[in-house]
Design a protein around this ligand. Structure first.
Ligand SMILES: [Mg+2]
Length: 429
């Protein structure tokens, strides 16, 4: 009988072009990092996935990978146990302080176990799908929708990087309201998105409020969201939401901390959403104990512990009457495909998901860039994830990684190249 036991885990770090997008922490660096995971069985099947590519994550995956040898691709609980035993963080205080937590909870060391489990789980489910001749969405209970809606994710940005290693991106500068509307128009024309999200916390709040009001006028009826990434004080948050009265679908992480969010929630009718203060079950419980000031959880299977863990989160959200959507980081098509299988399998998912995908022009999957139809992605029906790695593309993106000296995302240090006085202290406004 053929053995489908896991023989080998290969993790390949990659880097791809990323535009100079502004946010609360600073600005994106010219290269975004990810990792490509390939899990091979004795029978020669290969399950794939994409995850974070920062150095601590690569080290954690390298530490955990040997534990998978000999496991069945179906043994997800066993994998959980083995990974947890091997990579439970024992971080020092200096490591703790050195971690950029504000923007991307996925980069925080406290999420290491959940991140590694997720990285391996998706690749193992890709194997399961190949063995069962079924798409991952079927392993998750089947599709509740044929297509998963995503939102137009707008950013303020510079026209080009300060030290630019390649030609400027085609989007140009976005700082003024009319440039923001043009960016939205271009993205919606190209992808058909129905909802619009503005990454804020970068420019003075009055400029960002003016930008959102311009969007509301240009796209009447489109659901709008703003995400200052906790860079506004409680009073700034309340002032801004007053100016945005009647415009917002939800208000994402305006100010720091669950207590701050609770203060804003008390005085504002718009539901608060987060990917910063409810990022694990402990924080979920705190939110519930406080009467749920946060009403919408922006999940992310990459740091919530995988596809099945996110389904459990969905049940929790239903139980507590909370909405659910999805957060994103700079990513390529394997992550996007995994998000699509997951989102399709979750009936409770109540909003269009975030994706950075339009900001990337590179791809690692065969066939190149994935195609949105009317703002959504069709759920793949081929076995497993339904996408395969293009080996030449992987080699090229890995070569990018070897040529850049970026090993951990650092938007703050990058912003200091433009403005040496930038401190990144939050909330800035
Ligand atoms: Mg966010």
């Amino acid at each position: 009988m053929t053995s489908h036991a896991i023989r080998h885990v290969r993790v390949t770090p990659i880097a791809f072009r990323d535009p100079p997008l502004l946010n609360a922490a600073g600005i994106h660096e010219p290269w975004a990092l990810r990792s490509i995971i390939e899990i091979e069985t004795d029978s020669g099947l290969v399950g794939i996935n994409e995850s974070y590519g920062d150095l601590p994550m690569l080290e954690a995956m390298a530490k955990a990978a040997p534990a998978l040898t000999g496991l069945s691709p179906w043994a997800l609980n066993d994998m959980d146990t083995r990974v947890t035993a091997l990579v439970t963080p024992r971080q020092t205080a200096s490591e703790f302080q050195g971690t950029q937590i504000s923007l991307a909870p996925g980069t925080h060391v406290s999420k290491t176990v959940a991140k590694v489990i997720s990285a391996f789980e998706v690749a193992m489910m890709d194997l399961q799908g190949q063995l069962a001749n079924a798409p991952v969405v079927d392993l998750l209970g089947g599709a509740a929708r044929e297509s998963v809606p995503f939102s137009a994710y707008l950013f303020y940005k510079y026209a080009e990087h300060i030290e630019t290693p390649y030609a400027p991106d085609p989007w140009g500068e976005t700082l003024a309201p009319e440039q923001l509307v043009a960016q939205a128009r271009r993205m919606i024309d190209a992808y058909g998105f129905k909802s619009i999200k503005l990454k804020a916390g970068a420019l003075p709040p009055e400029q960002e409020v003016a930008g959102l009001l311009a969007l509301a006028k240009a796209f009447p009826g489109a659901p709008l969201r703003i995400d200052p990434n906790a860079n506004w004080s409680v009073s700034t948050s309340l002032k801004a939401v007053e100016q945005l009265r009647g415009v917002l679908e939800y208000y994402e992480d305006p100010c720091p901390g669950l207590e701050g969010m609770a203060e804003v929630a008390k005085a504002c009718e718009v539901p608060l959403a987060t990917n910063m203060v409810v990022t694990d079950l402990k924080e979920f419980r705190r939110n519930a104990e406080m009467g749920c000031p946060v009403k919408i959880v922006l999940s992310d299977h990459h740091y919530w512990g995988g596809l099945r863990a996110t389904q459990r989160l969905s049940l929790m959200c239903e139980t507590f009457g909370l909405g659910l959507s999805m957060h994103s980081n700079s990513h390529l098509g394997i992550s996007l495909t995994a998000m699509t299988h997951l989102a399709a399998s979750v009936p409770h998912l109540s909003y269009a998901c975030d994706t950075h995908y339009p900001w990337q022009d590179d791809e690692v999957v065969q066939g190149g860039r994935l195609k949105f139809e009317a703002g959504g992605l069709r759920v793949p029906t081929a076995p497993g994830l339904g996408v395969r790695i293009d080996p030449e593309a992987l080699a090229r993106l890995h070569d990018n990684y070897l040529r850049t000296d970026i090993r951990n995302r650092d938007d703050l240090a990058q912003m200091r190249k433009y403005d040496a006085s930038f401190t990144g202290a939050q909330p800035r406004y």
